[in-house]
Design a protein around this ligand. Structure first.
Ligand code: NAP
Length: 284
């Protein structure tokens, strides 16, 4: 019987994790299958019960279950506790342990792909949803000097900024109006898009949260949106002369960290990245 791994979400058909995780499992020659399961909220408890079976090593968890799985787990690691969300579950002999590799994946993208260190940097975070929460944790951990959180719904940005302030970083909240966004962007060393603006198959597909004239050429613009690979924001940033980083890197690095938690061996990151990029560029 093959070892079972996978990802749960609702919906789940957009996920490319099965492609690059299976490529990694095949590469190391493990008799294992990584499958996507569409689990509606009312089936979550039942699914997690079966996860305790011996054949399951663990799963990834995506929207909308990252917080909802927590009450069903036996333990949480400190990163998952800090983020208040779980994206990886490890089945340790019937005991379910929650982890969060999103923070690590976000930082690995910066460190490995761009040699960017966050310490003492000024950061503009666009968005205040689940991804922004994980990114803020990473920025706090890395001791940025200032963080501005911009969100369409202002009270969500205010709530997130309050968390940052409590954790000792200079954190401000703003709305998404042109003037205030431009003022915040001009001082930023790093701009991170944690909104869904620019994401394929959404109403804002084709839009960018910032225009080229708002982006300083010295900034690094990190778009967490990975479908498409080259987003409207990445194009706008390139036009402004800024450095850019696409969300595919975070996606693969968080997946590689999950792989290492389940299997205890080094993930073949290059194989995973190639499989992910090939799929997204339609070469697969
Ligand atoms: P989420 O919790 O639903 O948050 C969505 C955010 O986008 C909110 O801040 C929302 O603002 C904002 N937004 C949506 N439509 C908008 C619009 N038309 N104008 C302005 N703001 C808008 O989603 P999430 O889980 O944080 O994910 C956000 C993005 O990050 C997604 O594209 C996801 O694929 C990507 N992501 C990538 C990775 C990766 O590994 N690369 C990991 C996680 C997430 P309101 O609060 O005003 O609604």
């Amino acid at each position: 019987m093959p070892v079972a791994l996978g990802i749960i979400g609702y919906p789940i058909n957009h996920s490319i994790s099965p492609i690059f995780q299976q490529a990694a499992l095949d590469h190391i020659g493990l008799h294992a299958a990584y499958r996507a399961s569409e689990v509606p909220p009312e089936r979550l408890a039942g699914f997690l019960k079966t996860l305790r079976e011996e054949k399951y090593l663990g799963i990834n968890v995506t929207v909308p279950h990252k917080v909802a799985v927590i009450p069903y787990l036996d333990e949480m690691d400190p990163t998952a506790t800090a983020a208040g969300a779980v994206n990886t579950i490890l089945n340790l002999n019937g005991k379910l342990i929650g982890h969060n590799t999103d923070t690590y994946g976000f930082l690995q993208g910066l460190k490995i792909e761009r040699r960017f260190e966050c310490r003492d940097k000024r950061v503009l975070v666009l968005g205040a949803g689940g991804a922004a929460r994980g990114v803020l944790q990473a920025l706090i951990q890395e001791r940025v000097i200032e963080c501005v959180i911009a969100n369409r719904t202002l009270h969500k940005a205010e709530r997130l900024a309050a968390t940052g302030l409590q954790m000792g970083i200079d954190c401000k909240s703003i709305g998404m109006a042109w003037e205030e966004l431009s003022l915040a962007a001009v001082n930023a060393d790093l701009i991170v898009n944690c909104t869904t603006i620019g994401m394929a198959h959404t109403l804002n597909e084709g839009d960018s949260p910032l225009q080229p004239q708002q982006i300083p050429p010295g900034a690094l613009v990190y778009d967490l949106v990975y479908n498409p690979l080259v987003t409207p924001l990445i194009r706008a940033a390139a036009r402004a002369g800024a450095d850019t980083l696409g969300g595919i890197h975070m996606l693969v690095y968080q997946g590689a960290a999950s792989f290492e938690l389940w299997l205890g061996s080094e993930a073949p990151v290059e194989v995973m990245m190639q499989a992910a990029v090939n799929t997204m560029s339609g070469d697969d």
